[in-house]
Design a protein around this ligand. Structure first.
Ligand code: HEC
Length: 137
């Protein structure tokens, strides 16, 4: 009898842990980000050159890009509220083409995508990032 109860409890686990959180950062990246930032985080061609409408192509998130220059809080904010809101707040006049994902993805999902992106960086980039982001003594 006790075993039966245990089995029934285990069968109900998917209700306890919603399916969304089971999707890995890599899968979420592939679904929501790869169309612009590239399946291999390589970004779009000529990402440093503005397009005719004044927006820029999506930059790479790999070691060639500048994602690693920024701290986690800034990156999380950029993904959640989108580029325009963040840059407006910073007083930067720039037309952003980076959409907001705060309505589509939970904070946990956004963190897991960020963790996936960071996991692809080679050690030298991680070290350079740690040094760059370390507060001045
Ligand atoms: C419609 C195309 C598009 C999609 C989809 C998109 N981005 Fe972006 N993203 C951009 C563009 C373009 C920029 C360049 C900066 C700007 O325009 O604000 C950018 C910039 C960024 C930046 C800041 C720049 C950097 O590398 O430091 C981050 C972080 C980022 N995107 C993460 C993501 C993540 C994570 C996803 C998926 C959840 C995503 N983006 C989906 C177009 C997109």
């Amino acid at each position: 009898m006790r075993h039966l109860i245990l089995i029934l409890l285990l069968c109900n686990l998917p209700d306890v842990f919603p399916a969304a959180s089971a999707e890995t950062g890599a899968a979420l990246y592939a679904r929501h980000c790869a169309s612009c930032h590239g399946a291999n985080l390589e970004g779009q061609p000529d990402w440093r050159s503005p397009k005719a409408d004044g927006t820029y192509p999506a930059p790479p998130h790999d070691a060639e890009g500048h994602t690693w220059h920024h701290d986690d809080a800034m990156l999380q904010d950029y993904m959640t509220r989108g580029g325009q809101a963040v840059l407006d707040d910073m007083g930067v006049s720039f037309r952003s083409a980076m959409p907001a994902f705060g309505e589509v993805l939970s904070p946990v999902e956004i963190t897991s995508i960020l963790d996936f992106i960071k996991s692809t960086w080679p050690d030298r980039i991680r070290q350079a990032r740690d040094e760059r982001l370390r507060p001045a003594p």
